[in-house]
Design a protein around this ligand. Structure first.
Ligand code: DLL
Length: 450
């Protein structure tokens, strides 16, 4: 059964606030949304029970029988699923459908050990395209827009996810992928792209190359909206991108284990990312105890899929740290909002007892006088303590004789804002590696067994 809601609903009754692509679901009263979630949760648990031995054994161990879900709160009794479960059951052991019935596979690069493989039925792809179209629309994209898609095509979900969503919306997709940055600039100009899809770090690399070529994207391009995600980024970075590209920069979130891009996306109010609750059940838990956090408090995002056929996920621990609010949004959408993902649990640095995410360092660096918005954090072990060197870059035109003084000011700023002591090295323009996809923000030189 397809759970698809398609763009043909676009002309249906409009609610208060700004228009939505699927108004009947996007503005659904929360009680009705909860009833829909409960029905879909039951289906999902049933399918996981019947088709995935790992889920069945865990559900049984937790005392569940197939039809046991009585209320949405029961989800809190379900066992968690971890990324390691996907690895341990590589490649297809968590699939609820025979692989021959699927329509697509994606995989993560798998920096340690085996990659994680995810699968989609035709209906799953249909729902994904709908949710990406919905996200693009919420961000401000419209039918007929030229959508320049610089997310990587291939096993990464960014490229194809944005591609089919933009097509579903009725956009004109330029399937550019990452890389060939000079060409990105000329095609954005020549094809009059209104919408840009890329990682935030790559958007900056495009902006920088355009400036070097003497092209003023902010003034002379047709760009108006950007959907940026796949990595943590700060509001300071948002301001920088908006100024340099002359666009409204919108945050979009997703992960391959759950679907890909389009799990949640900001609307024009930039007040958190609407998590599409007709397809996903969101929780925030204390990462140490696994207990639910009160609404509004930070913790680990846990997602249960409600419509996925090929790969139903029960309480998937994303490792992403965020907060949730169910308060109404001015746009009229009723779906909850996750606040900007600060970082992943695994990326948290503990510097002399202080917890810091790379994106918090970014928030201090970006926008500082004489400093360009490119950086890497180098982690080393000094005795028994971790030490961080912040490598950043001077703006073009700054006298290298001034670099040391700038570095001292930056270190002071980081200390006063974040409470951590760092060494800061200011490099010449262009010396920090530029990303074409997800930026590498941390170089960890600590001994592996430490
Ligand atoms: O990055 C899917 C995606 C593509 C999302 C394009 C948005 C745009 P993965 O490669 O599986 O999938 O990586 C998922 O990236 O768990 C987060 O840690 C991080 N992430 C994704 N979006 C954001 C965001 C794609 N907006 C992992 N802010 C997630 C912060 C993000 N982190």
């Amino acid at each position: 059964m397809s759970t698809s809601t398609s763009t043909r609903h676009a002309g249906a009754a409009r609610s208060a606030g700004t228009p939505q692509l699927h108004p009947e679901v996007e503005t659904m009263p929360r009680e009705q949304l909860a009833a829909l979630q409960l029905a879909r949760l039951r289906e999902t648990v049933k399918s996981a029970w019947e088709n995935v031995p790992l889920h069945r054994s865990r559900l049984e161990a937790a005392g569940f029988a197939a039809g046991d879900i009585r209320s949405l709160d029961d989800v809190q009794q379900l066992p968690f699923t971890l990324k390691s479960d996907l690895r341990d059951h590589y490649p297809f052991g968590m699939f609820a459908r025979p692989v021959g019935e699927l329509a697509r596979l994606h995989a993560s690069s798998g920096t340690t050990g085996k990659p994680t493989v995810v699968g989609y039925t035709g209906d799953d792809l249909d729902n994904w395209a709908d949710l990406m179209a919905r996200s693009l629309y919420a961000a401000g994209a419209r039918r007929g827009d030229v959508v320049h898609n610089a997310y990587g095509y291939g096993l990464f979900t960014g490229g194809l996810g944005a591609h089919y969503g933009a097509e579903r919306l009725g956009g004109v997709v330029v399937p550019m992928s990452g890389g060939s940055t000079e060409r990105q600039v000329s095609l954005i100009m020549d094809f009059r792209a209104r919408v840009l899809c890329s990682t935030p770090s790559y958007a900056l690399a495009i902006a920088e190359l355009a400036e070097q070529q003497g092209v003023d994207l902010a003034k002379d391009s047709a760009l108006e909206v950007g959907l940026f995600g796949a990595e943590p980024w700060s509001d300071a970075m948002r301001r920088e991108i908006q100024a340099r590209l002359g666009i409204r920069a919108v945050d979009i979130y997703g992960l391959s284990e759950i679907m890909g891009p389009g799990v949640a996306c900001e609307c024009e109010h930039h007040a958190g990312l609407h998590g599409w609750e007709d397809h996903f059940l969101f929780e925030v838990i204390d990462p140490d105890t696994g207990r639910p956090m009160p609404e509004g408090e930070a913790g680990e995002l846990v997602i249960t899929t409600l419509t996925k056929q090929a790969l139903p996920m029960l309480r998937y621990r994303t490792r992403d740290i965020t907060r949730i609010t169910t308060a109404p949004c001015d746009c009229g959408r009723t779906h909850l909002r996750i606040l900007r993902v600060t970082g992943r649990n695994d990326d948290m640095l503990i510097i002399r007892g202080v917890n810091v995410y790379p994106s918090q360092v970014e928030a201090v660096l970006v926008g500082l006088e004489n400093i360009a918005p490119h950086y890497q954090l180098v982690l080393e072990r000094q005795g028994r303590l971790d030490h961080v060197t912040v490598e950043t870059e001077a703006q073009p035109g700054v006298d290298p004789a001034a670099y040391d003084g700038i570095a001292r000011k930056v270190a002071h700023q980081i200390k006063s804002m974040l409470g951590i002591t760092t060494d800061v090295v200011v490099k010449r323009p262009g010396e920090i590696p530029r990303s074409q996809g997800k930026a590498v923000r941390v170089r960890d030189l600590r001994p592996k067994d430490a």
